[in-house]
Design a protein around this ligand. Structure first.
Ligand SMILES: [Zn+2]
Length: 285
């Protein structure tokens, strides 16, 4: 079995800002390819305006795409606008692939959870989590979708869209930050929390945020080893529950002394290794 990764260069744009997220997918995928795992790289189908407008106000979608409204990076970049249907599309495709293979799939993209019904911000423009969840719900591919957001920051945009559309019964949203002295307690409780909150969902969307790391300039509370445990617990519990999981990257802002995002790539590598260990190696054992 291969690991489906929905990626193409059309997902990538220079955000001209502090966050690497719009340009990050290429570096992440190259780093994963160097791990020697059986990745299946698949080009995402871009989300249509209709799909984007299921989550967002129509004028907001049109304004961002035609450049008249600023994106979540605070600029009007046409390159960023052109990339957005592909990042949201990758999230939709990863969800569909996970539902199909009954295990897991990957969308190496970011910039979703601070985007609300008619606003962006915090490097997020369209909420691919909710675009994907609504696509599954409206097309009848899922009756209930879980969103486990373990980025360091609260998913205010996701909560806003759930509230605006009255989706509290069909989208289970768990987004939290944990202070450093609570890290071990958080990990000890995580599997049970997933069982309690998501067992009756048809699919889990997991934001494996890398800004939860203790060295992140916008984070963080977990050591590298604790972050790997976090990912292992999420995947192992999904496997135990038979709950398909589609995961993405979310935040991560560390740079090394050469200004490379290698520290962030190492964390995303660990998430991919945890995926492979749970869904390929243990499944084969
Ligand atoms: Zn974040």
């Amino acid at each position: 079995m291969q690991i489906p990764v929905f990626y193409s260069e059309q997902m990538v744009a220079d955000s001209m800002g502090f966050s690497p997220s719009a340009g990050k997918p290429t570096e992440v995928v190259q780093s994963w390819q160097a791990l020697g795992l059986p990745l299946q790289i698949l080009p995402p189908t871009p989300a249509s305006r209709t799909q984007l407008e299921r989550a967002h106000e129509r004028w907001y979608v049109q304004g961002v795409l035609d450049g008249s409204i600023q994106n979540g990076f605070g600029n009007h970049s046409p390159q960023v606008a052109a990339s957005l249907p592909y990042t949201c599309g990758a999230m939709i495709d990863a969800c569909l692939a996970a539902l199909h293979n009954r295990t897991a799939a990957v969308a190496p993209c970011s910039g979703f959870h601070h985007a609300g019904y008619d606003f962006g911000g915090g490097f997020c423009t369209f909420n691919g989590l909710m675009v994907a969840a609504l696509d599954l719900l409206i097309t009848g591919k899922a009756a209930k979708v879980g969103i486990l957001d373990l980025d360091m920051h609260w998913g205010n945009g996701t909560a806003d869209i759930i509230q605006k559309h009255g989706l509290g019964q069909v989208v289970v949203h768990d987004s939290r930050s944990v202070s450093q002295h609570r890290a071990e307690a958080f990990l000890d409780q995580l599997a049970q929390d997933i069982r309690q909150r998501f067992a009756d969902c048809d699919l889990l969307i997991y934001q494996a945020g890398a800004d939860s790391h203790i060295d992140d300039p916008l984070g963080g509370y977990l050591t590298t080893a604790q972050m790997l445990r976090r990912d292992q617990i999420v995947f192992a519990t999904c496997r135990e529950l038979g709950l398909p999981v589609a995961w993405n990257l979310a935040g991560g802002y560390q740079r090394d002394e050469n200004d490379s995002i290698r520290p962030v790539l190492d964390l995303h590598d660990n998430t991919m290794k945890a995926h492979a260990h749970t869904f390929l190696l243990e499944a084969a054992a």
